[in-house]
Design a binder for this molecule. Sequence first.
Ligand code: TIU
Length: 230
Amino acid sequence: MTTSVDIPAEPTPFSLSADATALIVIDMQRDFILPGGFGESLGNDVDQLLRVVPPLAALIAAAREAGIMVIHTREGHRADLSDCPPAKLNRGAPSKRIGDPGKYGRILIQGEYGHDIVDELAPVDGEVVIDKPGKGAFYATELQDVLVGAGITQLLVTGVTTEVCVHTTTREANDRGYECLVVSDCVGSYFPEFQRVGLEMIKAQGGIFGWVADSAAVIPAMQQLATTAA
Ligand code: TIU
């Protein structure tokens, strides 16, 4: 029985294994993605992130079908900001800081509408949601325990933004021994140049942090695993 399938990835093929792989969906939150949210209020072009939603929805659906674990993350803080270091809180425009009122509630505060994941990519029952105070998904979270407990050794990395939380998480994961494939059309940056260079950095030097492939390469591999498992 086939338990792994090769994905044509850069810089080399990536062997996808249903049992050992998790799909991680980083910070697809309304505050970063929706018009009028925190991200746009900082002057960012949210269209660059909105375009990630349709291919990522298709990728998540294929992962669920193949029995691949799906993990979601959300960047945010407690209502009293006790987990937000001053160095992070005091950064950025004085009128729009974490905890300030925004269009979708207090900015990046747990429980607020803007802090939650966009409807199209909402977690389903049983999927893990990791609340993280930092840019990386491992820092001050239970992610490592979740992955070890589930026997996961590979991550398919998606979400926003490419050069910030996606990069930080990929680098953290790489140092912890996970093989990471970043799905190029399922990650997004407000800045097209950072998107391009951010992806280049991951796969440079023989795959210094990981592999890169688009969803058109990953989804057929997932479908093959789903067929095999059926
Ligand atoms: N999730 C994530 O990347 N958090 C950010 O703050 N990203 C920005 O690009 N600002």
